[in-house]
Write a protein of this length. Sequence first.
Length: 561
Amino acid sequence: MAILRVREGLNPGQILPLDRDLLVLGRNPDCDIVVDAGAVSRQHAQLVRVDGRFYVEDLKSRNGTFLNGQRVFGRQPLRENDELRICDLVFVFQENSDSCVKFEGETVHLDDGTALLIDQRWHGGSTVMSKLDVSRGQTGLRLAVQPEAKLKALVEIGQSLGKALTPGDVMPKLLDSLFTIFAQADRGFIVLRNADSGRLTPVAVKHRRADDEQTIRISRTIINEVMDAKEAILSADAASDSRFDMAESIVDFQIRSMMCAPLIGTDDNALGVIQIDALDQRNRFNRDDLDVLASVAGQLAVAVENAQLHEAALRQRAIEHELAIAHEVQQGFLPERPPELSGYSFFDFYEPANQLGGDYFDYITLPDGRLGIVLADVSGKGISAALLVARLSAEVRYWLASQATPADALARVNRVFCEHQWQDRFVTMSLGVLDPQSHEITLVSAGHMSPVLHGPGGTSEVVTHAASGLPLGVDEGTEYEQTSVRLAPGESLTLYSDGITEAMDHQNRLYGRSRLFARIEDSVHGDVVGLGQQILGDVRQFVGTRPQSDDMCLVCFGRKS
């Protein structure tokens, strides 16, 4: 295929494929190659193919058409590497170029790395290159693309970004479209700021020429200026622009005309930038170009933010799924049902503030027929507290079955927790071992609230003579004391975590121990299940619609009347 290669005036190296028998060059918008400069005639010259050979013909232009330095009169044949000049534009004719030109979709790729996007238009069924406007102003020659080609590229950008859940997949295509809009561009790139680390990362880069693609060199001076000011900037000559104070990076990169627009999110934070620049100072960008780039940057910012929200939603969904599984696992550490012990009744309740909690209770049947009853509170909440609860459950079961007394068992559990020093975590615990034959319960406490004894006549008292030692995990050498209480018929004990007494209403008032004791005294003597339900009902009524702020755990057990 024959081509015209641009040597001067446009971007050097650009290709105009001569794929039809007649192509007209001139200032008129209807021309095949539009050269919108005052020195160029409306229909300046034409290229004609006759019997497979191309000829150039001047169309009575005002300033003439020149072939190899000689003015063209009539129709003259074109030969390999002939030089064609129209005013300030110089082209080189190449007839035997089929080996170096190939078409892929809407892009013409050349072996020298030049890529020229083409516009799909129907001219007798053929696909032709987008028409180019070359306008001459005070800043010299400037290359522009016809408005319809720009519009098409902008529509493609909008459609691509509107469908993209992962903008990274469409950003290279976005740069392709921008190079269609800005034909004078030599390089373009998109940089995004990592939301976690704050580092700037190039996510898409495009070069007009293949020999520029070996390294990616980006001026942090320009990017910082745009992201800090949150304003799109246009510079006719970045190397001499006072805003950049002759930054070494700009001089080294030979950046001349440049546009850079920030990607501003809904929270007014800069997510990154799009930059388009040109090395040829004669092919400068203008304010209209900057408006287009800023508009594209706005669309891209929305797409990036939507993608970040989508990714965050996927991560959150995965976390919630894992937490739901962990919640089921944690529930598996708790008793499925209260124990069936002759002459005794039980009530228990556990509700974490979140999916995973740090409160814990258990019933442990010992080999001699006694029953261990445990209620504990691990400091903190969430996954770490839940993992400590799992470890605590195993340790308490083991040491309670292997030690002679509850106090000895608690001391051994404390040593295990002190050895590991889990990020300064500690555990408060109330432990009792009930002998159903003697109706005696041995109590020991590690910094936990003392149980409340409810007896005949609606009386209640805190078992203050159950001495409380330090919480588990504080001091390895702590020794614990135990005390025994004999339960009479109808008497019960209530164990609870601070999520009960520290529950708050909308006025930030605490439920408190006094109100808890009053509810216990009001309960029916010997009705353990009714006692537990009455306490929980009163707490819920007190809190109202305020969200639960702490794990709540409650265990009531007693001797039947």
